[in-house]
Design a protein around this ligand. Structure first.
Ligand code: HEC
Length: 140
């Protein structure tokens, strides 16, 4: 019994050496592949903001303290003139950033360019898009 166990052990050890060679090789290639991958992920987040639960949560806070008294608590204004998830469903992200930054003075929509950071606007947009998604609001 013991003898069998030992031979198996020895065989496994031999395999182990080959295996750790493979692991080292795989690790090295993984690191090599991950390096540019991480750079890509970083540059992507600089242009496209993450829309995860945390961004949505932050956006909701920014929204409720800056936008809610016109656009409704949690963006749920019952008046469709003010309801952003409905208004924005068929509009681009670029339109959102432009409008929020510069406002629409003729309609009484304030400009937020000097007040909110772009990241905060992106959080607000993440929040609004999440409502559109939850409520199945589409552009048409
Ligand atoms: C003082 C009231 C007021 C506040 C505060 C306000 N808005 Fe507005 N907003 C308006 C009015 C009025 C309009 C024009 C509504 C329309 O055309 O249907 C508007 C329009 C918009 C639009 C364009 C909607 C479209 O599709 O035409 C966006 C985007 C928007 N607001 C975002 C925001 C955000 C984000 C905030 C908070 C940072 C905010 N607003 C705060 C009054 C306000």
């Amino acid at each position: 019994m013991r003898k069998v166990w030992e031979t198996q052990g020895a065989r496994a050890e031999g395999g182990g050496t080959r295996l750790s060679g493979w692991i080292a090789f795989l690790l090295a290639s993984a690191l090599f592949l991950m390096a540019p991958g991480r750079a890509r992920a970083e540059s992507a987040s600089a242009t496209s903001h993450p829309r995860d639960a945390r961004a949505i949560h932050r956006g909701r806070k920014v929204f409720n303290s800056n936008c809610a008294h016109c656009h409704g608590e949690d963006a749920a204004a019952s008046d469709s003139y003010y309801n952003l998830p409905q208004l924005l469903a068929d509009k681009s992200d670029a339109f959102f950033f432009h409008t929020v930054t510069h406002g629409i003075s003729s309609k009484g929509m304030p400009a937020w360019g000097g007040i909110l950071k772009r990241g905060q606007m992106a959080d607000v947009l993440a929040f609004i898009r999440s409502i559109e998604k939850d409520e199945g609001i589409t552009g048409d």
